[in-house]
Write a protein that binds this ligand. Structure first.
Ligand code: NI
Length: 223
């Protein structure tokens, strides 16, 4: 693992790493816990490269398997939505940059919300995905300090998306199939605060939501 990460970073001296796409097996395997097999210096260098990669994409989250590294590690950063109405409906607030080490979540309250989302490893498309509106996130920081906190709204969506990556799950696995939308057409729907017109036009039920599997909860380990 250490040598592979060193080779990855050395091979991309600009710091922006290639993002693997759906079809690569690393996106379908549970990630290994960050447990000391990678030293702190290398871990920080990897996080810096993941941050540069996420910002260059651009995206609001990136999991280590997306750069080919099967570690339970993700970075998140969201500048928010300049459209105030959409931001309010989606509860999308600014998320400062942070690294999530060995993150896991459990739902809080049981309420689900459905919006279009996409993935840097599934380029060119978005689909409506139901997510828990509130979760409790447990993770460590780069110093190994463990925290537990409530996360709500779009930030909770980002955390769930990244945790799913660490369990080998892609958002499409549990998205509303009829909502699948090429970027070419997404402009017609993305300006909506909630995807009601898209639901009517494409023929899917926003209220029903996709079937969930318990395996979608938590992430980062094979258990
Ligand atoms: Ni993704």
């Amino acid at each position: 693992m250490r040598q592979a990460i060193e080779a990855l970073l050395a091979g991309n001296p600009g710091g922006v790493l290639p993002i693997v796409q759906a079809g690569h097996p690393v996106l379908r395997r549970p990630a290994h816990p960050v447990d000391g097999r990678v030293d702190a210096t290398l871990l920080r260098a990897l996080v810096a490269a993941m941050a540069a990669t996420m910002r260059a994409a651009p995206g609001v989250g990136l999991a280590a398997p997306q750069v080919g590294v099967p570690l339970s590690l993700a970075v998140v950063e969201d500048p928010g939505d300049p459209d105030a109405d959409r931001a309010a409906v989606r509860e999308r607030a600014v998320v400062p940059f942070r690294a999530l080490v060995n993150p896991r979540y459990v739902p809080l309250g049981g309420e689900e919300v459905a919006f279009f989302e996409g993935c840097l490893s599934v380029r060119g498309y978005q689909a409506v995905r139901s997510r828990w509106r509130r979760i409790v996130l447990t993770c460590e920081d780069l110093d190994g300090v463990r925290t537990e906190e409530e996360v709500t709204g779009w930030a909770a969506r980002i955390v769930q998306h990244e945790c799913d990556h660490l369990a080998g799950i892609l958002y499409l696995d549990h998205a509303e199939p009829r909502s699948l939308c090429s970027d070419h057409y997404l402009g017609a729907w993305a300006s909506e605060p909630a995807p009601r017109r898209a639901a009517a036009a494409l023929g899917f039920d926003l209220a029903a939501g996709p079937t969930r599997r318990s395996s979608a909860l938590g992430a980062g380990r094979a258990d």
